[in-house]
Structure formats: C-alpha cells, structure tokens
Design a binder for this molecule. Sequence first.
Ligand code: SF4
Length: 289
Amino acid sequence: MHYSGSVYRPPSEAYSLIVQVTLGCSHNKCAFCNMYKDKPFSICPIDQVMEDLSWARNAYPRIERVFLADGDALILPTEHLLRILHYIREHYPECQRVAVYASPKSVLKKTPEELRTLHEAGLGIAYLGLETGNEALLKKINKGVTVAQQVEAGQKLKAAGITLSVTAINGLSGTVGWEDHAVDTAKALNAMCPDFIALLTLRIYTGTPMAQWVEEGSLSVPSPMELIRESKLLLEHLDCPGAVFRSNHASNYLVLAGTLNRDRERLIRECGEALRGEAPIRTFVELGR
Ligand code: SF4
C-alpha cells in the first residue's frame, strides 16, 4: 500500500481498510487543526489507488469497510470515484460500507445526480466537520465556508441517501461567545438532521493559529465544567429526531451517548448532575493531557 505522511480516520472507521485517494486537506487552513500540516494537498494517481485496492484484496481475506482518505475524497472527479467504488463492489463482495471525509465545497460541486450515483455505487457514509453553526466563529476559525454552505452540503448528502455524520467542537469559542456557539450549532444541526452527531472537545495543538491566540491571551480555554455547561445548552436546543448523539471521544470530559430526541432529557440531566458534582467526569490524567 502507498501511505504518505500522517493518516487520520474517524474513530468509527477503526477497523476499515484505509486507502489514500488524496493526500492532505484541500483547505488546510482551519485555525485549530494540525492534521495535514506535513503534506501539501494532492490527488493520488488513480492507477496507484487501483494498485492499492488490488494489493489489499490479495493481502486481506475479509474487508468489510473501506475508508477513502485523506481529508477530502469527494474532490476526486466523479468518474474516478466510481471506478474505485465499482472495483470495491466487484472485488470486495463482503464490503458493507465505503466512507469518506467530505468537505462542504466538494459536496456542493457535485450535482444531486452525481451524489446519488456515488451512493448507489457503494458510498455509504460521509463525515462532515461543521465545527460550529455560528457564522462569526466559523469565519474566525477560517473554515472557508459559510454556515449556509455547511447546512446545504449536509442536506445534499442526506438527500442522496448517504449517511451523514457531523462533528462539532465543544469549547471552540473559548470562554467568550460560548452561548451563541452552542445555540447556533444546535440550529445548524437541526437544519441538517444528521444520522450521527459527534461532539468533540477543543484541543490546542502547537503551531496552530489557535495555540497562538491562547499564548497571547485572546482565547481562554474553557474549564471542564464550562465545557459541560456548553454541552448542556447545545442539547437543550437540539431537535434532531433519530440522530445518534455521541460525546464519547477521547477528548471529552463527560461521556454522553444517546439517540435524539428520545434521550435528550436524560443527556441534559446527566450534564446537570456532572455540573452539580453528582456524577464523575474524566480527569486530565485519564485524557492523557
Ligand atoms: S477542513 Fe478539516 S482537515 Fe482541513 S484544515 Fe479544516 S479541520 Fe483540518
């Protein structure tokens, strides 16, 4: 297999065959992110990708899931993606799902018909990083798209039948503006009604603009209790029937898991118990900070 630089995948793709179809992220400018700083963005030659798929078929007897890395597989021309998906369908008959990270810009460049065709060829799930539904904060972190574009991309993926998993970042606004971040993020999620919502917690990575903001004092990282207070406010405004809500990433202080809207009141109650000190939260040591 051709692997280049650091390779990332969502936690739920832990057992997937990872195939790099692009290197890096086509945007690579978000203020909090250090994922692909080690490599400039490029599209992997399609013949190399097909070679990797063929090699993996010979190497592994069962491949039930495939994750097409790196940061933005949907930027590939549709005919390249279809060639990859058709190969997987033909040569990996046991494969149940093909997944990608999807950048909103790449989703919006595809027509609804193209997305539908990709889904019918086996593209099962797309992971979209909303980060925040607050317009000013989205601009500040340099996400490169508007909230409306993020929402439209999510809706377009869902309309094509592709399972939609959306991440947002608890604490992204620091200790100032957290109410707007929580409420607006809930609104954007409600508009998309994803199948999965993953609430991560802000981590500050050395060398990023955000680390610089913390160093110069223009951003204060929220305390664990402030983060839980923000999660509670987000949950109070969420209205996404059927969405699986998870806040159980290694970065989260309070583990929350349930299906909306059915479990929303329980999740809000669990936040309240943690805020009152009636339920344990993870510590810095457990989180490895
Ligand atoms: S789009 Fe995603 S991978 Fe690219 S810089 Fe932003 S957060 Fe990082």
